[in-house]
Design a protein. Structure first.
Length: 255
């Protein structure tokens, strides 16, 4: 497991940069969450240290100026909230500038990451779920919100909640490794609709499923991993059936 991932799941230093668009609906909600957690919104002039986690609300009026400041004090993780054009384009724009300085860029998503144990919620979910022993990793804000609401109704606590994009596949694999080794995480809920690297994902998922239940949540809309069609044809089954068999062979539970 990457030691750096600890700085994401247990950040000792956090910062928040709000959107410069005053009418941005995320500003008020995220700022309220931050104030409750003692995290202050910062400006360019306040960036004087390398934070574990920096949350940036999009869009930014002058992202180039912000990035020029961040490369001087690169955070371990930069979590983008909201939307700025296409997700992949926004991620690439920020990652191209920061990854060479050691920063990992996540998102953009609308929920980001929530750590109920420490009441950390710097995303767009209106409430912080109760602390418990379920880990949740998804590629969908809607699924994250639905599972969090379901868990709250049934008085089930969550330990880690993280919403990623398909471009964040390395962090997804590291998150699975982290939750697998975390003795306080008793089961992991996973929702994916696109895989960038099926081989690496299955390796991490298999290792996690060996230590605790790993449940894959299926919905009506998802994109299956890129599996060669001739291979699926040779098995006389549909793409969905093939993926189900692949996941079950790795020890994952399909729900």
């Amino acid at each position: 497991m990457s030691l750096k991932i600890e700085r994401l799941f247990h950040p000792e230093s956090k910062g928040l940069i709000l959107s410069e668009h005053g009418d941005n609906p995320w500003n008020k909600l995220v700022a309220r969450h931050a104030e409750q957690q003692g995290v202050q919104a910062i400006s360019l002039e306040d960036i004087r240290e390398e934070l574990d986690l920096l949350v940036v609300v999009l869009p930014q009026t002058n992202p180039e100026k912000l990035l020029s400041k961040l490369v001087q004090h690169p955070p371990a993780y930069v979590m983008l909230l909201g939307r700025e054009g296409q997700k992949d384009q926004a991620n690439k724009f920020w990652a191209d500038a920061l990854s060479c300085h050691g920063s990992v860029v996540l998102g953009p998503s609308r929920i980001g990451m929530i750590l109920p144990e420490t009441a950390t919620n710097l995303g767009g979910l209106s409430f912080t779920p109760d602390h418990g022993h379920l880990g949740l990793v998804t590629q969908s804000d809607a699924i994250t919100a639905a599972v969090a609401a379901w868990a709250s109704r049934h008085e089930l606590g969550l330990r880690h909640i993280i919403t990623l994009t398909p471009k964040d596949h390395e962090v997804m694999e590291q998150a699975l490794d982290h939750m697998a080794q975390d003795h306080l995480t008793r089961a992991i809920l996973l929702h994916i609709h696109e895989l960038q690297d099926a081989r690496e994902f299955l390796s991490s998922a298999r290792a996690a499923a060996f230590t605790k239940p790993l449940v894959v949540l299926k919905t009506g809309r998802h994109q299956e991993p890129d599996i060669p069609s001739p291979l699926i044809s040779s098995l006389s089954c549909s793409r969905e059936q093939f993926i189900d068999k692949l996941f079950r062979r790795a020890g994952l539970v399909i729900a």
